[in-house]
Design a protein around this ligand. Structure first.
Ligand code: ATP
Length: 163
C-alpha cells in the first residue's frame, strides 16, 4: 500500500515506548519528515517488531533506542539504533542466518530461536531492499534497511484488488 511514513511509524513505535519505559530504557522515534512509500504494512510492521524486540532484548537498563525513517533520493531508510551489547565483527555476517545466535548460553536466558533476523531479511528482500548491521558508535548496534520508494507492483497493490 502507499503509506505515509510519519503516521505509520508513530503508530507502531508508540506502544514500544511504554514497554521500554517499564524496563528502564528509553525508546523514541526521531521525527520523520513525512513522505510516502509503497510497502506492505503488515510485513514492515513485523520487520520493525523484530528489530525493536532485539534492540530491547540486547540493551541493558538505562540505554536509549532510537528509530528513524528518512528519505534519500528515490529510496528510503529505516534505522533502528541501540546502545546495547553490540555484535562482534566476526558474528555480523552470520546473524541473518536461520537459527544463528551469537551466544547460546546468554541467549537461552533472553529467549528466542535465532529466526528473527532471517525473517527480517526475507521481508526486506520482498521489498527489493537491503539490510545491513553497523556499529552504533560509541556503543551498540544499528540496523539500516534501505528500500526503493516504489518497489515493483508484484509486492504492492495486488492484495488490495480482487482478482
Ligand atoms: P528471535 O528469533 O526471537 O529474534 P534471536 O534474537 O536470538 O531470537 P535473531 O533476531 O535472528 O534471533 O538474532 C540473531 C542474533 O543476533 C541474536 O541471537 C543476537 O546474538 C544478535 N542480535 C540481534 N540483534 C541484536 C542487537 N540489537 N544487539 C546485539 N545483538 C543482537
Amino acid at each position: 500500500e502507499v503509506t505515509r511514513l510519519a503516521r505509520f511509524m508513530t503508530d507502531i513505535v508508540e506502544p514500544y515506548s511504554e514497554i521500554a519505559a517499564s524496563q528502564g530504557k528509553s525508546l523514541s522515534l526521531t521525527p520523520v519528515t513525512d513522505f510516502k512509500a509503497t510497502l506492505d504494512q503488515n510485513l514492515i510492521h513485523q520487520l520493525m517488531n523484530i528489530l525493536i524486540d532485539n534492540a530491547l532484548k540486547y540493551s541493558p537498563q538505562g540505554r536509549a533506542i532510537t528509530i528513524s525513517a528518512r528519505l534519500i533520493g528515490r529510496k528510503w531508510q529505516l534505522i533502528v539504533a541501540d546502545q546495547g551489547i553490540g555484535i562482534q565483527a566476526g558474528d555480523r555476517r552470520r546473524i541473518f542466518d536461520r537459527f544463528y545466535r551469537v551466544d547460546t548460553s546468554r541467549s537461552r536466558q533472553t529467549g528466542g530461536n535465532g529466526l528473527g533476523l532471517s525473517i527480517a531479511q526475507w521481508i526486506v528482500g520482498l521489498h527489493h531492499g537491503t539490510i545491513v548491521v553497523k556499529d552504533n558508535l560509541p556503543q551498540g548496534t544499528q540496523f539500516v534497511a534501505t528500500f526503493p520508494l516504489n518497489p515493483s507492483a508484484s509486492l504492492t497493490g495486488r492484495r488490495d484488488k480482487k482478482q
